[in-house]
Structures are given as C-alpha cells and as structure tokens.
Design a protein around this ligand. Structure first.
Ligand SMILES: Nc1ncnc2c1ncn2[C@@H]1O[C@H](COP(=O)(O)OP(=O)(O)OP(=O)(O)O)[C@@H](O)[C@H]1O
Ligand SMILES: [Mg+2]
Length: 357
C-alpha cells in the first residue's frame, strides 16, 4: 500500500490576513559587499540590485511557510534556495539571536536513506567547533518538514564575491582557500567528508573577512550530487564535483573535497569554474576525462605557487592530489608567506616517491 506523505499545510492566499504573522516571508536583501575586509582585497564591488530569487516560484512556495513553523524560532526572511531546500534567516527566541535555518525540500524529507544520514551527520557536525566551520545548532522536523538550524553568518558567499567583482586577487583567494582547507582538516579529523565544497558554500564574514564553510553534514547522496535524478529533477551543480563522485564511487574520502576546493580555487583565480557545458552530464564527463586549461594560460599574473597548488588539487587521480588538508595548508601557507620557492625540492621528492609506488 502506498504510504500517505505528510505535507506541511501552507496557508492559502485566500486565508491570508493583513496580520504580520501571516504575511509572506520576504526575500532578504543582498548581503552588504562594500565593507568586507578580505585581506589583500578583491576589486571594489559594484552596486547591484536587490536579491532576486534564482529560480521561479521559490519565494512563492517558501514565503508562505508559517513564521512560527519551528518551535523556539521565528522565520524572518528568505536568504536563498539551493538544491536541497531554502535557507531562512530566523530568530532564536530564547537567546534573541539570529540563526540560519535550512528547511529541506519536501522531496528530500521523504527519502528515508537520505534522512538517516542527514540526522547522523547533523549530529556529528553539532559536535564540531571551528572558526572556519558554520556550526550546527539544532536539527528536527516540523509539520513534516525537516530542518537544520545553524550559526547565522553575515556576509556574501565566495560566489557572490566572484560574480560581483570578477576573479579575486590571487593572494586574497589563497587566504580564503587556506581557511576552507582548515575547515576540511577539522572535518576530516572528525571523519566527515563534505561532498559539496563550492563557492556558494563558503561565506565570508562582513566583519573580519573570515571564511566559513557551510552545509557540512548536509551533504548530498552521491547520485544526487549533480545531473538529473531518475525522475528528471534538477539537482545541485556539478561544476565542482570530483571525478570519483561523478563516477558514483562509494568510498569517496576527504581528497574528493580537496578536488572540489581546487575547482573553487580555480574559479576564484580565473573567474570561471574549470569545466562548463550545456548539461550536467557533459560537465561531469569533462571532470572525468578532460585536462583543465592551465591557470596561467587564462590569467598570467597568478603566482606560480597558487597555480601549481590549484592544478594539483584538480588531478583526476586522487593519489596525485595532496594526501590531506594538512599537506595542502602547509603549501598554501608557504605561498602566502612568500616561502613557495622552497617547495620545488619537496615536490620533486614526492614525485620520485610516487614513481616507485
Ligand atoms: N549559515 C548561513 N548564514 C547566512 N546565510 C546563509 C547560511 N547558509 C546559507 N546562507 C545563504 O543562503 C543561500 C542559499 O544557501 P543554500 O545552501 O540553500 O544554496 P546553495 O549553497 O547555492 O546550494 P546547495 O543546496 O547545493 O548547498 C546561500 O547562498 C547564502 O547566501
Ligand atoms: Mg549551500
């Protein structure tokens, strides 16, 4: 017998009173770009229009969620929609503090296998405490919708920054990437793999320019990482997907996140992701087989160290990438501190080791 799906009852338009509680939840303003202190500085931002929902109908559906849906919180505005659901800015009533709440799309809340892992990983993330990781606060279900409450970070995403100002100044990009690498080091020490590292999942705080990796623990099923599902629904972007994830390998490890971080770094350095194409399948095939255009062939003012690290992260075979975030951090710090010149010897030793494996 087909199980009846429990769905949240949204107020219909005819129910709507002028009361503020029942008025649609507004779409949040774009984060302020001007005062961001990214060390090394990206080009000055241009003015841009207010946030426009990326996909038609998103504010229409999510905006009608009751503000008091989740006990203890009050939904205030819609910050955006991704492949897994919508993110709201909300107030945690007991502490009078802002939080961000991701409400999963109903189709995901019906997938038992996904939910099991979602809960398990959300609990693991809640135990993490790291300045470069957006911390998890709570997870639960309200009216048939699953949600994840997290630290609210005020500021644009790395994608916002690139789209606004074009490629970043190389050392500014490197200072952001090293912070994400530190977040991954912390995650991997706690046996977590992100599976969806990308510029939209890195928020740069308006105060201080600290990079924070979000959506850890909200990772997708591999089959959901890119392309279309069997039912033909569009899923998350495959622009940053590792070859092993694109292949659907079951045992992806932190080196898959390192590849996605490499694709993120590439996008920040040259202003476009490493591969593009008309469909998800074409992009995934390129990650599997096509050589990436060398960073310095696209932008010749990128320092050799930045380009070498980025290209190594994008190696198809994970054994050819950095073995761990720790090794990556060491190299990025060498570039930032002007010590990259010492590195060729180290790299030659590593290459020799690989040849004899
Ligand atoms: N913790 C947070 N604090 C503040 N804003 C956030 C937070 N998490 C997400 N956002 C905002 O919400 C937007 C939507 O996030 P969401 O994760 O749904 O989309 P995405 O990252 O583009 O896609 P995906 O579902 O693949 O991760 C982000 O672009 C960001 O602006
Ligand atoms: Mg996200």
């Amino acid at each position: 017998m087909r199980r009846r799906k429990k769905r949240v009852k949204l107020p219909s338009r005819s129910d709507a009173k002028s009361d503020v509680e029942t008025a649609p939840i507004p779409v949040a303003d774009e984060p302020e770009l001007a005062p961001i202190a990214v060390p090394g500085g990206a080009a000055p931002p241009r003015a841009r229009p207010a946030r426009v929902p990326r996909r038609g109908g998103f504010a229409e559906y999510w905006g009608r969620i009751p503000r008091g849906l989740i006990e203890g919180f009050r939904l205030e505005s819609l910050m955006g929609e991704g492949s897994m659901g919508a993110v709201f800015k909300a107030e945690q009533l007991s502490l009078h503090r802002p939080v961000a709440i991701k409400v999963l799309a109903p189709r995901l809340a019906e997938n038992e296998r996904f939910l099991k892992r979602f809960l398990r990983e959300a609990r693991a993330v809640a135990k993490l405490n790291h300045p470069n990781v957006v911390s998890g606060i709570d997870v639960g279900e309200a009216d048939g919708l699953r949600y994840f409450v997290m630290e609210y970070v005020e500021g644009p995403t790395l994608l916002d920054l690139i789209e606004e100002s074009g490629p970043l100044e190389p050392l500014a990009a490197t200072r952001i990437v090293v912070q994400v690498a530190r977040a991954l080091e912390h995650a991997s020490r706690n046996d977590l793999v992100h599976r969806d590292v990308k510029p939209a999942n890195v928020i740069i705080t308006s105060k201080g320019g600290v990079a924070k990796l979000c959506d850890l623990g909200l990772a997708k099923e591999v089959s959901e990482a890119g392309g279309e599902t069997s039912e033909g629904r569009a899923m998350g972007t495959p622009l940053y997907i590792s070859p092993e994830q694109a292949r659907g390998d079951a045992n992806v490890d932190i080196r898959s996140d390192l590849y996605s971080l490499g694709a993120t770094y590439y996008h920040a350095l040259v202003g476009r992701p490493p591969f593009d194409g008309p469909t998800h399948a074409v992009i995934m095939a390129k990650h599997l087989t096509e050589d990436v255009v060398a960073v310095r062939d696209v932008r010749d003012d990128v320092p050799a160290g930045c380009a070498a690290i980025c290209e190594r992260l994008l190696e198809k075979d994970r054994d050819d990438r950095h073995a761990s975030p720790t090794e990556l951090i060491e190299e990025l710090e060498a570039v930032i501190e002007g010590r990259w010149e010492d590195k060729p010897k180290l790299r030659a030793r590593r290459r020799a080791r690989r040849r004899f494996r």
